[in-house]
Design a protein around this ligand. Sequence first.
Ligand SMILES: NC(=O)c1ccc[n+]([C@@H]2O[C@H](COP(=O)([O-])OP(=O)(O)OC[C@H]3O[C@@H](n4cnc5c(N)ncnc54)[C@H](OP(=O)(O)O)[C@@H]3O)[C@@H](O)[C@H]2O)c1
Length: 286
Amino acid sequence: MKEQQVWFITGCSSGFGHALAETALEHGERVVATARNPQQLNDLVLQYGTRILALPLDVTQSFDIQAAVSQAIATFGQIDVLVNNAGYGVFGAVEEVSDADIKQQFETNVYGSLNVTRAVLPHLRRQRSGHILNISSSGGFVGFAGAGIYCASKFALEGWSEALAKEVAPLGIRVTIVEPGAFRTAFNSALVSPDQAIEDYAATSGQMLQWLDQMNGQQPGDPKRAATAILQAVHHSAPPLRLLLGADVLDVVHAKLEAVAADLAAWKDISIDTAFEGLAVSAIGG
Ligand SMILES: NC(=O)c1ccc[n+]([C@@H]2O[C@H](COP(=O)([O-])OP(=O)(O)OC[C@H]3O[C@@H](n4cnc5c(N)ncnc54)[C@H](OP(=O)(O)O)[C@@H]3O)[C@@H](O)[C@H]2O)c1
């Protein structure tokens, strides 16, 4: 097992980020734990001293990103594991959500993680090693009614993560997309919902919001155990591109894979029959 790696984690004030920082520290790693308010990391700083560097980082602020990455390198000399964890959920039917809430969701969940990654990549390329973990969601693979905007942000995260994995594999850098199901964090309390619901969506989006409210504090997933699973993936010689966390997410991902396979099979002949007459079709991307 590789030991004493340097982790850089966003959104460490609570939930997965805090659990992951704590678990990595318990295992002897060094951690750059970042949060909008780094005072929320005082417990870890008191306990772990010089093995933790607590830094302010709002992932929507490019100045914060550059400053945090520079300070991490100046302090520990390297970054081995980047965890893009900071994020939250904008819920409600696609039609119900405000323009401002959609924009802010993408600023944080998509541009935030993208910009942190782009700031860290030059260091990983120079090292010819590193592991980037992007915290997605079951909603990064499956679209749920009442979660269209959140799902769009996590689908976007998964899109560039999959592409990046192929670009950086030859450079010794790994990428893992983490898809948690329902975990007991502050996520359900922090979610943003529409100011005004549209009655026509009560049975779809309205039901999702009700479920999120009822689940708050009852989620089956334990963030500490998720953190242990993530550490196992980081220390594995062949980490997966996708790491699913929770039996609930396994169920919905399998159901989607089966539904997609059934659609592809049922429409195969029509799908194929669309090229210019007589032209051979080669693989996308060459
Ligand atoms: N819990 C679940 O069931 C679940 C399931 C699937 C995926 N996820 C994903 O897991 C990740 C972590 O969420 P969580 O469940 O641990 O919820 P959480 O306890 O609410 O933690 C979210 C963290 O993200 C931070 N954050 C939000 N906006 C930020 C910004 N602009 N800059 C920096 N930090 C920001 C929060 O900081 P503040 O304290 O400053 O707000 C907090 O530290 C998210 O990406 C979420 O989408 C969660």
